[in-house]
Design a protein. Structure first.
Length: 168
């Protein structure tokens, strides 16, 4: 199910068939170097994350992390989308991409598209969590008009928290 699209990308819900792509996005040290959590150990573990986390999130909120598909090669190049964080009682926008697609504007393009979709859910705004040192992630957040509002700890990591409020 396509959620939204841009000139170069479309965003859609993950399915269990996307397990290999989810595994790649959650196992490569280069990708995970500035992200909290542990790497996935197998494609099957990735499939279980889709089944036990992504699909129930879609069912509960009608939104979640979406697969980002590069139209030119029909490949999942990353994810981008909102997720409700109970510990903050806010909706977080997050994204992650395969290294060969970094620096080409895909993160900003998808984040803007995801933000537009999030406005349709009548959310007050979005937040983002960034580990210190992840300058590229911060740069994208600033391009989509998010601003650092505070610092905190999340999953045992020191994080910067960014926000953008919506004007409905």
């Amino acid at each position: 199910m396509v959620v939204t699209e841009t000139d170069r990308l479309y965003l859609r819900r993950f399915t269990p068939d996307d397990a290999k792509a989810v595994f790649l996005l959650n196992s490569m040290p280069k990708i995970l170097s500035h992200l909290p959590g542990s790497p996935l150990k197998s494609v099957e573990e990735a499939r279980q994350v889709i089944i036990n986390v992504a699909l129930p999130t879609y069912a509960e909120f009608d939104y979640g992390r979406w697969a980002v598909i590069h139209k030119q090669d029909e490949r999942i190049i990353g994810f981008c989308g909102p997720k409700y964080l109970r510990c903050y009682n806010e909706v977080e926008l997050a994204f992650r991409y395969l290294p060969e697609y970094w620096g080409q504007g895909f993160a900003t393009e998808a984040a803007n598209a995801a933000m537009d979709v999030c406005k349709d859910y009548h959310l007050a705004g979005l937040m983002a969590l960034v580990l210190p040192g992840n300058k590229e992630y911060e740069q994208v957040l600033k391009k989509i008009k998010m601003h650092e509002t505070k610092r905190d700890y999340y999953l045992g990591y020191h994080v910067k928290i960014f926000h953008r409020l919506f004007n409905h």
